[in-house]
Design a protein around this ligand. Structure first.
Ligand SMILES: Nc1ncnc2c1ncn2[C@@H]1O[C@H](COP(=O)(O)OP(=O)(O)O)[C@@H](O)[C@H]1O
Ligand SMILES: [Mg+2]
Length: 363
């Protein structure tokens, strides 16, 4: 039995005695069921747990300061002072999760929200995050309501989103223009459309994983941010700062964007030990002992993705209620770094080194 073999393989105190081993297997099953029931399925692309009905429904710990700042930004946007928040941090630190919470609160307050996720695996068309944003706006607006606003912009926007022609079967063909002018017209028309859509109620745009954005998409972001000071737009863009080299396209864009008065920068750090305890406590029906919490905190530096993975590992091995502080102190942080290493296996070497460096692991 797989669980049994894992338990015995880890030389638990008294682990070889059949009665004790039986109890441990039972405990492991209970721990595992508790974790699986609360974490839900794993998202295939990000490796994140989707939870039941999305993250917004599950526990969200900490980030009080960041949420407060972004929600002031939402108020600013609602009052006609457009805002851009750039949220940086290592993989798994909670950038997407923060964006989901902001989006949920913004929706409750009457804003519309459109998401654009940069595609990291390659092969996405140019402007992919903006294609998704415009699509989402078109869907939420309904084609009849926006027809007249959109008509003027549609010829240009059709360059990145050909399906927009379905809304306007009689749309003229794009006029021949040199590539630079065509791009400018596309930027101008997309920006006009988004500003128009944000006219009545705030519009929140979430741009995920900007480190993977194509350069034209970053230029369009710069263009929009330069025009949105008097708008009801709130843009929340996030990125992995560990990916940024001096010649990365986003590095230059960030330098430009941070000069705009509407820009705010947030850098997400690990959760505190108390927050890790709350995260573990809220995700499990079983009670983890304080030594486990503190080992989890030390081993993960409060990275919520890694806390989740480590909890799964411990649950699979029936060790969430391990009571021997010496074993916890000595072995757990090392094992957790092992889990982190496996979680990062899909990233390239340089990226793994950057991420692991934060956890004090030798590589
Ligand atoms: N503040 C938080 N409270 C509870 N869970 C969190 C928090 N931040 C992140 N998580 C969880 O940790 C995992 C990784 O977070 P995610 O937002 O996907 O990281 P990132 O986008 O920075 O790579 C997800 O399962 C997410 O739900
Ligand atoms: Mg993310």
């Amino acid at each position: 039995m797989a669980v049994q073999a894992q338990v015995n393989g880890h030389a638990q105190p008294g682990g070889s005695h059949p009665a004790v081993a039986g109890t441990q297997a039972q405990r492991a099953r209970e721990d595992q069921e508790a974790v699986m029931a609360t974490l839900g399925p794993v998202d295939a692309q990000s490796g994140s747990h989707l939870g039941h009905g999305g993250h917004a429904a599950s526990v969200f710990v900490g980030r009080d300061q960041e949420m407060a700042e972004v929600l002031v930004g939402l108020d600013d946007a609602a009052a006609g002072r457009g805002r851009l928040f750039l949220v940086a941090g290592e993989p798994g630190i909670g950038k997407s999760r923060l964006a989901e919470e902001v989006a949920a609160t913004a929706r409750e307050r009457g804003a519309r929200v459109a998401w654009g996720r940069c595609w990291e695996a390659g092969g996405a068309p140019a402007y992919w995050p903006w294609v998704q944003v415009v699509r989402a706006c078109l869907r939420s607006q309904g084609s009849t309501a926006l027809s007249e606003d959109l008509r003027a912009a549609a010829v240009d926007i059709a360059r990145m989103l050909p399906e927009i022609r379905d809304l306007f079967p009689d749309l003229p063909a794009p006029t021949a223009a040199d590539p630079e002018s065509a791009r400018f017209q596309l930027f101008d028309s997309t920006t006009s459309l988004l500003l128009e859509l944000a006219h009545g109620a705030p519009l929140v745009l979430v741009l995920e994983d900007l480190h993977a954005a194509d350069t034209p998409s970053l230029l369009l972001l710069q263009f929009l941010v330069g025009q949105m000071a008097d708008s009801r737009l709130l843009v929340v863009g996030n990125y992995r700062d560990v990916e940024l080299t001096p010649d990365h396209p986003l590095t230059l864009t960030l330098a430009q964007l941070s000069r705009e008065p509407s820009t705010r920068l947030l850098h997400l750090q690990g959760l505190s030990e108390d927050e890790v305890a709350r995260l573990v406590g809220a995700r499990l029906d079983v009670v983890a002992v304080p030594a486990i919490i503190s080992a989890l905190y030390r081993g993960t530096k409060g990275n919520p993705l890694f806390v989740g993975e480590a909890v799964r590992l411990l649950a699979a091995e029936g060790r969430l209620r391990l009571l021997d502080p010496a074993i916890v102190r000595v072995t757990l942080p090392k094992e957790i770094r092992g889990v982190i290493g496996r979680r990062l296996a899909h990233l390239d070497d340089a990226m793994q080194r950057c991420a692991l460096a934060g956890f004090g692991a030798r590589h």
